[in-house]
Design a protein around this ligand. Sequence first.
Ligand SMILES: [Fe+2]
Length: 159
Amino acid sequence: MTDTTTRTVRPKIRRTHLSLFVSNPFASASWYERVLGMQETARGEQWVFMSFGQKHHDIALIRPEPGIVVGGCALQHYGLEIDGDITELRRLYGQLLKAGVEVVKTTDHKVGYGLYFNDPDGHRFEFFCETVHDDEEGKRVLHNYNAPSDHFELEPLYD
Ligand SMILES: [Fe+2]
């Protein structure tokens, strides 16, 4: 007799990683090192794996097969929560500007501040600085304010 009882298995995600097609994985790897503070952990002829310092890889940079349009993957943005406060976010803003990185916008999300910028292929990233540190409170605030993305004048710091 077959057991027809089914149990819903709910994925419990520990961490995420992102794999991107880029036009030049090696040039992108040095940009990701310089701008995102990442370390290279492995490389092949057509790819480089990058880490934020703990996991073996957090972002993979892959050269596509011919016919695939780089930057056309419909990624809206990939958010990176920084370990630091708004002063740190202002410093990162100053560094991005000094490095000539294309900054898209700076926003107030009520649960924190966002700083959006593009990688060399136009993939959009966000450094976000959380201001609400309790996750349950963060869900409430985001819901009550309807997940806002208001313009916020962030002053870059150059020290
Ligand atoms: Fe975001």
